[in-house]
Design a protein around this ligand. Structure first.
Ligand SMILES: Nc1nc2c(ncn2[C@@H]2O[C@H](COP(=O)(O)OP(=O)(O)O)[C@@H](O)[C@H]2O)c(=O)[nH]1
Ligand SMILES: [Mg+2]
Length: 327
């Protein structure tokens, strides 16, 4: 055995020996390579590990292809889909466990979450989908995981305030930048054909109960993006109660209650639409063909008097009640 192998390396090696799946073996191998001391005595071992790694990568991707089921594709459900992004142990699964009924794995060892797990968060009268994900590291991203983010409405970057924030942040942002996943000056939300490229993101800062005072301020200073930051503790519950409202606001959606003419509105099951949607967008959302026959609409809500007639291009507000009249 080469000299000077560190306890960190031996730990990774133990993880490799005990790994239950090829994916986990791959992660452990990468960790071994990462923490291995770099000197002449470890050259052979390094080459050997690299060979193992490339063989393992080859078989894993082949297997993935053979399966034909993309576990990283999370079908959307509810009013919007928010996908968590973060380093191992940053507290992602704890957030999903605290806010939803999903069966997620909270554990104090890395990579306890192997595939995305969706759960539903209740906000007032709607449900928002929150997706737990496998972690990312500087060298590892589960195959197919980019697709999970590509498909979502909003990315929640999860940062553990009690750990190395700079490193976590860099890993998350390098990932988002390298995949053009983040809306900024250079990456518009849609390309020329209207395909959605990039997403909005915000930051959930976890473990406030064990963070150093001022940690959040430090993190904000590190960040060049204008993210919104929310601070929580899954341990004490601080900040958890406000999260669903924050999700709703950042998803930038509105709730509209449809009212059959002459009857009370169904106030239990609103339609959800992107903010800025019009009467016609609502009608189209309900029934595309019927929408063409829209004669007029009456509206109860914000900035209108009760039962006011509204044009097709009238911009709706959250909680408006609409009565649609067709030809
Ligand atoms: N003190 C404290 N520990 C937390 C908090 N959130 C998560 N943890 C612990 O951190 C570890 C990793 O949490 P987990 O949610 O599995 O992280 P994930 O790997 O990002 O999904 C577990 O031991 C959790 O109990 C928190 O707010 N405060
Ligand atoms: Mg997890």
């Amino acid at each position: 055995m080469p000299a000077n192998l560190t306890p960190e390396y031996l730990k990774a090696e133990k993880w490799f020996r005990e790994a239950a799946s090829p994916d986990e073996k791959l992660l452990a191998l990468e960790q071994m390579l990462r923490v291995m001391p770099k000197h002449k005595g470890t050259d052979h071992l390094r080459a050997d590990l690299r060979r193992k790694l490339s063989k393992l990568k080859d078989t894993t991707t082949k297997k993935e292809r053979a399966k034909h089921i993309d576990v990283f594709h999370v079908p959307r459900s509810g009013a919007g889909q928010i996908v968590l992004l973060g380093a191992p142990n940053s507290g992602k699964s704890s957030i999903v466990a605290a806010l939803t009924n999903a069966k997620v794995n909270v554990a104090d060892f890395p990579f306890a979450t192997a595939a995305p797990v969706p759960g539903m968060v209740k906000f007032e009268d709607i449900q928002i989908q929150l997706v737990d994900t496998p972690p990312i590291t500087a060298d590892y991203l589960a195959p197919g995981q980019v697709g999970t983010y590509r498909n979502c409405d909003l990315i929640a970057i999860v940062i553990d305030l009690s750990a190395d924030m700079q490193q976590q942040f860099r890993i998350c942002l390098d990932f988002l930048d390298s995949k053009n996943l983040l809306i900024d000056g250079e990456t518009p939300a849609v390309d020329g054909q209207g395909n959605i490229l990039a997403k909005k993101a915000f930051c959930i800062c976890t473990k406030s109960d064990i963070a150093k005072p001022g940690a959040l301020g430090t993190l904000k200073e590190l960040c060049k993006h204008r993210f919104e930051f929310v601070e929580i503790s899954a341990e004490t519950g601080t900040g958890l109660e406000e999260l669903p409202a924050t999700f709703f606001r950042l998803l930038d959606i509105i709730r509209i209650y449809a009212k059959p003419p002459g009857k009370p509105a169904d106030m239990t099951d609103p339609f959800t639409l992107p903010a800025g949607s019009t009467v016609m967008d609502l009608a189209t959302g309900i029934h595309r063909q019927l929408a063409e026959k829209l004669k007029f609409a009456r509206i109860w809500g914000t900035g209108v008097y009760d039962g006011q007639n509204a044009q097709r291009n009238h911009v709706l507000n959250d909680k408006d009640i609409i009565e649609l009249h067709f030809n």
